[in-house]
Design a protein around this ligand. Structure first.
Ligand code: FAD
Ligand code: DLZ
Ligand code: SF4
Length: 511
């Protein structure tokens, strides 16, 4: 046999026709899959996130062998494991004497730098393929961004609708006459009931049980529980969960997209992001299924459009921003926030019921839905002035779907405004009234959502006004904040002083 082609497959590249495999000869290629300490510990990932990725990798290796590929699989507990992608590629070169390396680009600047360095290091031709599981290529996003003074998701999204033809009429107009049905996607939560859809609880098979035991032992000091490990770890099971979502939750996804309910972590969300991001599900095929359901009349337009917007709009847009802005994006701190992340982000031990719920289910399931990430834990960090880098690391650690390309712009840009308004036109800052409107949390909280000062006052209220006052110089000219600033100015001097003193006391106690 001629010298084979070496094709490293990273943990979020679990797609059988990933770009680096196309055109390769299964008879003369070695797929290299590597469980490495560098990746499991470069941040202290949630135990369930590690277990999900490693189990999905092991299942993917089996799948690829079944369809005729040769896979060299390096396990984390292999005594010869060097602990890094580069070290394992070096070992594989020793073992297989390949003629060249083919790899699909990584999802982080950190890993991208590693792959780019292989060429010179190993003296072999290295081809890095663009990851075409995304709709928008780097060049396309850069061209789109170069033509604009301001990047706005809504306009990018319209281009993606035109490009894919999703929810477009034959005349090239948006289905229903409008591009966006967001205003119909903000219903407060309904009563909790037994008929709410739930994701399928997949029972861990032998491979997953082995991984779970290893993770429990090796990563005992990482955040999170393994007790609720019910993730799909194969393409087939991920598809089953996709069908469950399409059948049972999608029709009401639109209505309750922003709603939150005590002890209901999933509501009408798909819980598909870990599978989409790891490569077990194809986002475009999923969006086409959603459109199909709309055209068949089983799903209303506000649900189909709302879901498709997240997938081909937000998901592609944040990725574009991540790569377009460069590796220093993660160090931005436009509001100069420096406070340390409070300890209760790791323990859930706080009297703020909304925070205890969002953090608690994160610890239990490595999952929280978008509004919890944005308007509860993200909003709190924004208002309290927590150092964006620490917040970014927390989000990257705790969610099973977290990779830098998607997590970082959502955290730094959308939740914390640390990029100064590049990704969103205003900070998503809100006091207790918003949380009360969109959830049943406040009724179960020891704080009083209506109060701004005093021992029982909801901390979000004083923090909200304090945030605006603290950042007046940077934010007051933002037209989308003119109303709250007018309201702040209308308050009496006495009220303003009391609110700021309340916030200062709370923040001092946080330390
Ligand atoms: P659904 O509500 O069912 O939405 C459908 C799909 O749309 C998701 O599976 C996801 O693929 C996509 N999507 C929705 N919103 C976004 C968005 N803002 N950006 C990108 N894709 C989106 N998403 C991640 O995939 N990984 C992350 O690490 C991540 N970190 C986040 C951090 C913060 C601070 C915030 C505010 C959001 C973050 N998101 C992240 C976006 C979003 O919260 C999750 O994609 C979503 O909660 C996943 O749950 P779901 O699959 O049930 O989503
Ligand atoms: C997140 C993660 C973890 C926890 N472990 C591994 C691993 O052992 N091997 C692997 O190939 N990938 C892992 N990953 C995902 C990688 O970190 C991911 O591919 C990069 O972040 C994308 O550049
Ligand atoms: Fe959260 Fe305030 Fe409501 Fe309590 S009262 S749940 S702290 S918003």
């Amino acid at each position: 046999m001629a010298a084979p082609l070496l094709i490293p497959i990273l943990g979020d590249q679990l797609t059988p026709d990933i770009a680096s495999l196309r055109g390769a000869d299964p008879e003369n290629s070695i797929l290299l899959m590597m469980e490495v300490a560098d990746e499991t510990t470069y941040v202290r990932h949630h135990k369930a996130k590690i277990a999900f990725i490693l189990s999905a990798m092991r299942h993917h290796a089996e799948r690829m062998r079944r369809i005729g590929w040769t896979v060299d699989y390096v396990r984390l507990d292999d005594p010869a494991n060097s602990g890094s992608f580069t070290g394992e590629v070096a070992r594989a070169i020793e073992g297989h004497r390949p003629s060249a390396i083919n790899v699909t680009e990584a999802g982080e600047w950190r890993v991208r730098a590693m792959l780019e360095e292989w060429d010179g290091r190993f003296g072999l031709p290295v081809t890095i393929h663009e990851d075409d599981r995304f709709l928008c290529s780097h060049a396309e996003f850069d061209t789109w961004a170069a033509a604009r003074k301001q990047l706005r998701m809504e306009f990018f999204y319209r281009d993606m609708r035109r490009k894919t033809g999703l929810l477009m009429t034959e005349a090239g107009e948006p289905e229903g006459g409008r591009w966006n049905y967001d205003t119909e996607n903000r219903k407060p939560p309904p009563q909790r009931d037994l008929l709410m859809p739930q994701p399928i609880p997949f029972e861990p098979d032998g491979i997953s049980r082995e991984v779970l035991a290893m993770v429990a032992e090796r990563f005992a000091d990482h955040i999170g529980s393994l007790d609720n490990f019910h993730f799909a770890v194969t393409h087939e099971d991920a598809l089953r969960q996709q069908d469950r979502f399409l059948d049972e939750a999608l029709p009401r996804f639109g209505d309750y997209q922003d709603a939150m309910l005590t002890d209901e972590p999933f509501l009408w969300h798909s819980v598909l992001s870990p599978y989409i991001n790891a490569g077990l599900l194809d986002p475009l095929a999923l969006a086409q299924e959603v459109e199909q359901r709309y055209r068949a009349g089983t799903v209303p337009l506000n649900a189909a459009e709302g879901f498709i917007r997240q997938l081909i709009g937000w998901r592609e847009y944040v990725r574009g921003v991540y790569w377009h802005e460069g590796p220093d994006y993660g160090r931005r701190n436009a509001l100069g926030a420096t406070r340390d992340l409070p300890g209760f982000y790791w323990t859930r031990e706080t009297d703020m019921h909304c925070m205890a719920q969002a953090i608690g289910q994160t610890i239990d399931h490595a999952y929280a839905h978008h509004i919890q990430r944005l308007m509860i834990t993200g909003n709190f960090a924004l208002l309290a002035g927590i150092d964006p880098h620490q917040v970014h690391v927390w989000y990257l650690e705790v969610y099973a779907d977290a990779y830098e390309w998607v997590e970082m712009p959502n955290t730094l840009g959308m939740a914390l405004f640390a990029d100064g308004g590049l990704l969103g036109s205003k900070p998503y800052a809100a006091g207790g009234a918003y949380i009360n409107r969109m959830s049943d949390y406040c009724g179960k909280c020891r704080y009083d959502q209506k109060r701004r000062v005093g021992p029982d006052a909801c901390p979000f209220n004083a923090l909200y006004w304090d945030f605006l006052a603290r950042n007046e110089r940077k934010l007051a000219r933002n037209p989308r904040l003119s109303m709250p600033y007018r309201n702040w100015d209308r308050m009496s001097e006495e009220d303003r002083t009391a609110i700021r003193a309340q916030a200062a006391r709370f923040l001092k106690d946080l330390g």
